[in-house]
Design a protein around this ligand. Structure first.
Ligand code: UDX
Length: 450
């Protein structure tokens, strides 16, 4: 099929590459000329495993192309994806300026019937709004005879496994009551449904809500686990044992019950705020989800609060090693990352941060620039040089195997605060380290060599 994609951000680009890879002819447009020029040379603006090779292959095969010309894209694609950004407004609601702007532009170029597929995460009711805006524009331009169909088709991809999530989706939500549109989308996604039918059809409001509901459910699991972890600490219980115990119940399962120093990223916090806003505005506030968000705000500060407790005389002049800047492993994304709450709190107190992350170092530099109280270290172990304590914020694989004796030797206060529960407390205690995880029992450090 001929498909166009407006917006070459995370969602649009990965979707476009995946569609081209199964044989569709895909044209992507973006207003960012530099980005398009780079994509034409197969240089993606984001790092995702498999993405660069996929773009390269499909560019060469002629199934994928990039342009800044909206008119070309409207002529090319019988199906037109809208995957432009929905940045949060000041009140947390999703700003639909780009989505509606692109809709108007598409309608202005339309010379034949078109189906618009909304991929961006948008508030409930947006598909109807998009349809109304497109209709209005078509009528205004004397093209009232043209049909415009709008389908809501939310994306569930995760950073770091976006390509895989896109080519092997768990489910494909198609929000449209129109039989012809449903058939079009079924044909488009047939190559992704070979092992089993993954299409779930529904009305577009339900499709829009499904995306938010999925993120709300997952975020709720995390915040609940984080609260239980904090309680376990008070009670002298071990949240890791509790996690294994409850995860074995198939009704609960093991996914998304890892306690830690809070969730971050570009989706969960933003989508939660948007859904809370929608709910309030509709007169049906979501009390539970409000708490999920509040718990996460405070959870991101837990490593800092632990430090504060251990240094009652204050953190001024302290040097804190930090492992992990990205909001999760396998990405350089630091949006809403717990590491940022920690660093900013430490800086306010006058401490210095010695940080390492396998991928997010330049992102950190871009965000915070050069400052005396931030030292970006070339290796994980360089952070330990003259450091008083170590805090871990991201569970990168490269942090899993550690020489605890070296940590005990290097860290002046022999203190490790682990926001991701990576280690066995007994082992750190045996090496003479004081180890504080999230919801883990405290084991008294054994006196090690001085
Ligand atoms: C998420 C959703 O998974 C995806 O379906 C949606 O489309 C976009 O938002 P992503 O933001 O890439 O994807 O991250 P994800 O892997 O889901 O992790 C989100 C956050 O939750 C991370 O900060 C992670 O550290 C945290 N997390 C996850 C926990 O703290 N505990 C867990 O058990 C799982």
């Amino acid at each position: 099929m001929d498909v166009s994609v407006f917006g070459t951000g995370y969602v649009g680009l990965v979707q476009a590459a995946a569609l081209a890879d199964v044989g569709h002819r895909v044209l992507c447009v973006d207003i960012d000329e530099l980005k398009i020029q780079q994509l034409q040379r197969a240089v993606p603006p984001i790092q995702e495993p498999g993405l660069s090779a996929m773009i390269d292959d499909n560019l060469r095969e002629g199934r994928l192309s990039f342009s800044t010309q909206a008119s070309d894209a409207v002529i090319h694609g019988q199906l037109i994806f809208i995957a432009v950004g929905t940045p949060p407004d000041e009140d947390g609601s999703a700003d639909l300026r780009h989505v509606l702007g692109v809709t108007r532009e598409i309608a202005s170029h339309m010379q034949a019937d078109r189906t618009l597929v909304i991929k961006s995460t948008v508030p409930v009711g947006t598909a109807s709004q998009v349809e109304a805006v497109a209709r209005d524009e078509l009528d205004r331009l004397g093209k009232g005879q043209l049909a415009v169909r709008v389908v809501s088709n939310p994306e569930f991809l995760k950073e770091g496994s976006a390509v895989n999530d896109c080519i092997r989706p768990d489910r494909i939500i198609v929000g449209s009551d129109d039989e012809q549109t449903r058939a079009q989308l079924a044909e488009l996604y047939a190559p992704f449904c070979r092992s089993r039918d993954k299409l779930i059809f529904m009305d577009n409001r339900s499709a829009e809500l499904t995306k938010y509901a999925a993120n709300a459910m997952l975020a709720t699991r995390i915040s609940l686990m984080n609260e239980l972890a904090n309680l376990a600490e008070q009670l002298g219980a071990d949240i890791e044992a509790v996690r294994r115990g409850i995860g074995s119940d198939p009704r609960i399962g093991y996914h998304f019950i890892y306690p830690g120093c809070g969730f971050g990223g570009s989706c969960f916090p933003k989508d939660l705020r948007a859904l809370l806003h929608t709910a309030r505005a509709s007169g049906q506030p979501l009390r539970l989800l409000q708490s999920v968000q509040e718990v996460n705000e405070t959870q991101r500060l837990v490593p800092f609060q632990k430090l504060q407790k251990l240094y009652p005389e204050g953190l001024a002049g302290k040097s804190i090693a930090l492992w992990g800047l990205a909001f999760k492993p396998n990405t350089d994304d630091m949006r809403e990352a717990p590491s940022r709450c920690l660093m900013e709190a430490l800086w306010r107190e006058g401490a210095t941060v010695r940080a390492f992350d396998p991928e997010a170092m330049s992102e950190c530099r871009r965000l915070y620039g050069y400052r005396d109280d931030l030292v970006l270290c070339a290796t994980r172990d360089d952070t330990l040089q003259d450091a008083d304590a170590l805090v871990i914020c991201t569970e990168w694989k490269a942090f899993r195997v550690v020489d605890f004796a070296l940590l005990a030797h290097k860290l002046r206060d022999r203190l490790v605060i682990d926001g991701r529960n990576l280690y066995n407390p007994q082992q750190l205690a045996a090496a003479g380290l004081r180890y504080l995880g999230i919801g883990l029992p405290q084991v008294a450090p054994q006196a090690g060599p001085q």
